[in-house]
Design a protein. Sequence first.
Length: 143
Amino acid sequence: MYLSRIRLLVAASALALCGCAQITTRSVPKVDVTAHKHVFVEHRLADSFGVADEIARQLRAMGYDASSGALTMMPPETELIVSYDDMWTWDFTTYMIEIDMQVRAAHSDKILAVGHYFRPAMVFGRPPSEMIHELLAKLFRHA
């Protein structure tokens, strides 16, 4: 009986750990991306989940002038470009497991900041909008 409880505890711990998320961000020293207000989110051709629109929506909620679309649609006043790469999987439902973001200066194309959010499993997971929000909050140092 005691051994089965230990096995159950080990299994529960392993299950809880497999749902842990990892968020990392890096930025160029002495560069403040929050000083820029006009942001354009580069829409990926394969974006069938509306990720670009969600990133732009959340940036607007954070107080930025943000829009999304193909680079040819970028407004002339754009200061920053946010590009992303998302990975989805299916396990009885489709869910996002990873998103990478890159913040670049619009006119020089210089990378100013990068971020990565990885959640290996849906167990204790978060919806894509919350993953995007957490990563944007860290990249743009926003509460």
